[in-house]
Design a binder for this molecule. Structure first.
Ligand SMILES: *Cc1c(COP(=O)(O)O)cnc(C)c1O
Length: 405
């Protein structure tokens, strides 16, 4: 049964916004690096970065310059014409990854849709039109389109939106036997986030990714990674699956960090898998538009640099140490540290919202995930001093937090 929350007063300036989010009162009007500012000029330390989106922080001078320069030249063409900056970016992506083909999108969800369609079309093109089933994992999040909520399998997100779409088979995260049993000659692909974001900032062990690749090879199943949140330098490697040996996917979805805040995503795949995707198979009006491609090239050049990634790994160590010290000193309220690199968090012993709010009251922005995780996804350009400041605020917030019961 539908249960409306308290109706928003029509005098509220938010009254006409569909209330699928519940933002706090503060409104930010400006950002610089790791910091955000309200209208009144109050400063906040941003350790969530639009949920892993503002990978280079706010108002990065090179990104601003790239966008401004392109804005004065050309905004939109549609893919009926060549976008040279997109050709360049696709070249760079394919030179650096497993992929040979790239489809540009405007969001993570669209990258996921492209992946699901390409995977089914691949098997169909081989005459295996009964291989339609995707094996997914509990805690998954892949976006909000009908395809993506069915892939995500979260009952809360499916409720009220009609019958489940056939062909999605969700198994328990970490259940190897269930996985082996689930992958059959009807399986199209295994679809997984190497580090789950929304589901609770859970990292799949490296040997499991390698095992997954082997299982897929043995059974002729495709392996699809959703690296929308954990990719693009977030874990200290350009893509999270690169931590594992011999675990390259057949298809990979990216978005969030790749645009550094400009809406942009991509679906990457091997030549073999991409082969049946021909004129008419798929499309997007705005995907790969000149503005996105101008920004995307600069983000790619900065983050794919090995020295940049090494610095992300170094500062990730500082974050991990800080979180470990919080977990130790608040062992009565914290189960432990979770995640990988700069997609990390504290697993708490109760729902995390009060701690998130207490941090916000102290001008630190953090996120939540799963049932009990306080999530951090700061810009990749944080310094040790930013980390020290954030840890000290979380320390205060945890000290003040009164666990019920
Ligand atoms: C955010 C997210 C998506 C959806 O991306 P949108 O840009 O919101 O459509 C898909 N998969 C994962 C892992 C995500 O974190």
């Amino acid at each position: 049964m539908f249960n409306a929350l308290e109706p928003i007063q029509m005098s509220d300036p938010r009254a006409h916004i569909m209330p699928v989010y519940a933002p706090p009162e503060e409104a930010f009007v400006r950002g610089e690096g790791v910091r955000l500012y309200t209208e009144g000029g109050e400063e906040y330390l941003d350790f969530i970065a639009g949920i892993a989106v503002n990978a280079l922080g706010h108002a990065h001078p090179q990104l601003v310059a790239a966008l401004q320069e392109q804005a004065g030249k050309l905004w939109h063409l549609s893919n009926m014409f060549r976008v040279k900056a997109g050709e360049e970016l696709a070249d760079k992506m394919c030179a650096r990854t497993f992929a040979d083909r790239v489809f540009f999108t405007n969001s993570g969800t669209e990258a996921v849709e492209c992946a699901l369609k390409a995977a089914r079309k691949y098997h169909w093109s081989k005459g295996n039109d009964d291989r339609i089933e995707f094996v997914t994992f509990t805690g998954a999040f892949h976006g909000r389109s009908l395809g993506a909520i069915n892939a995500g399998g979260n009952p809360k997100y499916l409720e009220g939106f009609g019958p489940a779409i056939p062909g999605f088979n969700q198994i328990e995260w970490g259940d190897h036997d269930a996985l082996k049993a689930a992958v059959t000659d009807k399986t199209c692909a295994v679809f997984v986030e190497p580090v789950q974001g929304e589901g609770g900032v859970r990292s799949m062990p490296e040997q499991c990714l390698t095992g997954l690749r082997e299982l897929c090879d043995e059974t002729g199943t495709l392996l699809i990674y959703d690296e929308v949140q954990c990719g693009m330098g977030r874990t200290g490697k350009l893509f999270a699956h690169e931590w594992a040996e011999n675990a390259a996917p057949d298809i990979m979805c990216v978005a969030k960090g790749v645009g550094g805040g400009f809406p942009f995503g991509a679906c990457l795949m091997t030549e073999e898998v991409g082969l049946p995707m021909q004129p008419g198979s798929h499309g997007s009006t705005y995907g790969g538009n000149p503005l996105a491609m101008a920004v995307g090239n600069v983000v790619w050049d900065i983050i794919s640099d090995e020295a940049f990634l090494a610095e992300v790994r170094r500062v990730s160590g500082t974050v991990a140490q800080g979180l470990k010290s919080l977990a130790d000193s608040h062992a009565d309220k914290v189960n432990g540290v979770t995640g990988k690199g700069l997609l990390t968090g504290l697993e708490l012993k109760a729902a995390p919202k009060p701690v998130q709010q207490a941090c916000r009251d102290k001008n630190l922005l953090v996120g939540v995930a799963g049932n009990n995780v306080l999530r951090l996804a700061p810009p990749l350009v944080i310094t040790d001093e930013d980390v020290r400041q954030a840890v000290s605020v979380m320390d205060e917030a945890l000290s003040e937090w009164e666990l019920e019961g």
